[in-house]
Design a protein around this ligand. Structure first.
Ligand code: ASP
Length: 341
């Protein structure tokens, strides 16, 4: 029996081709995929296609995440794996969000896209698409090899909630600085099995969470930030949580006004999560006095999570309406392998 994959196209550069008559970029019709890429048939995989009204991923909002999660849930039994084609700009946000929203996942959901439109000769999209399908369909002893939400780009498969877009130019556009790739693709695909999460016995059904609370802020600190502006950001009404992007190992100014402003915000019941502005490495608030103060006033460590993972995890957890201590507990621990233990 051939494996069956559902390919979901949401938009982005990968879905463009050059119009033969005008030379302009026009949307590529993924329903004609076998006409354009007949060699896809050679993969030995049944591919069904669903297309959303294509959007540039800068316009993605939690509404698209909910549509995707619902679609995957509704078609979960019928397919062995899912491939989501998405614009690269916010792909790590969507893929991270889905990693949290799809609870008890035990099938592959592979995100990919491209830097060059699929209809352009030198495209990176062709290889990304074919390999993403191959990985989504890959099985061993009747079990999927990578039963996680992942992101495939330029020869590497990443855990989705560890990935970030790091280049607007290079074809090698994504990185996962704090977690090894789950697969390297060369002549053959080398799966990095010790780093892949395998669910224990299949006891629970896939469930999705569709209540996402996006009333949060990311505040990136910088030298010269003024008290007035910092305080007004913290005091914006309707803020349910804050991601604070700090320096290095989670360090921030020790000025009284800065610490007081954060302390007052936490006292109002708004959780503040500390993530580093560095691309690699971890928050370790106990290392320096400048971090220790944050820890003492109740700032939560985001450890080595990416901003994308911290943002989407916070939105997901806030949406669950957990009691305050439960919310803090969940924020501090890895719930989908998004932070290192
Ligand atoms: N702006 C595009 C998007 O994210 C870029 C891309 O797809 O690579 O939708």
């Amino acid at each position: 029996m051939k494996p069956s994959i559902l390919l979901i196209y949401t938009g982005g550069t990968i879905g463009m081709k050059t119009d033969a008559a005008t030379g302009a970029l026009i949307p590529f019709d993924f329903n004609d995929i076998y006409d354009e890429f007949p060699y896809l048939k050679k993969l030995g995989v049944n591919i069904d296609i669903m297309t959303f009204k294509p959007i540039d991923s800068s316009n993605v909002s939690p509404e698209l995440w909910i549509r995707l999660a619902t679609l995957i849930r509704d078609h979960y039994a019928k397919y062995d794996g899912f491939v989501v084609l998405h614009g690269t700009d916010t792909m790590s946000y969507t893929a991270s969000a889905l990693s949290f929203m799809l609870e008890n996942l035990d099938k592959p959901v592979v995100f990919t896209g491209s830097q060059i439109p699929i209809g352009v000769l030198r495209t990176d999209g062709r290889e990304n698409l074919i390999t993403a399908v191959e990985i989504a369909a890959a099985q061993e002893n009747g079990r999927p090899i990578v039963p996680e939400v992942t992101l495939y780009f330029q020869n590497k498969l990443f855990r989705a909630n560890r990935s970030s877009k790091h280049s607007a130019e290079e074809l090698n556009a994504f990185r996962s600085d704090n977690y090894p790739p789950l697969a390297h693709v060369g002549v053959t695909i080398h799966y990095n099995r010790p780093y892949i999460h395998y669910p224990e016995a299949k006891t629970t059904e896939l469930r999705i969470s569709t209540s996402i609370d996006s009333s949060i802020l990311i505040i990136k600190i910088f030298p010269g930030m003024t008290e007035t502006l910092f305080r007004s950001l913290l005091n914006i009404e309707g803020t349910h949580g804050i991601i604070l992007e700090t320096y290095g190992a989670g360090n921030a100014p020790t000025a009284g006004w800065f610490i007081d402003a954060l302390r007052e915000t936490i006292a109002r019941g708004v959780p503040i999560i500390n993530v580093t502005q560095c691309k690699g490495g971890s928050v370790a608030m106990e290392l320096y006095e400048t971090g220790l103060l944050l820890q003492k006033i109740g700032v939560i460590s985001g450890h080595d999570s990416t901003t994308e993972a911290a943002v989407t995890k916070l939105m997901y957890l806030l949406g669950l309406n957990l009691p305050k201590n439960e919310l803090e507990k969940e924020l501090k621990r890895p719930i989908r392998g998004e932070i290192s233990e």
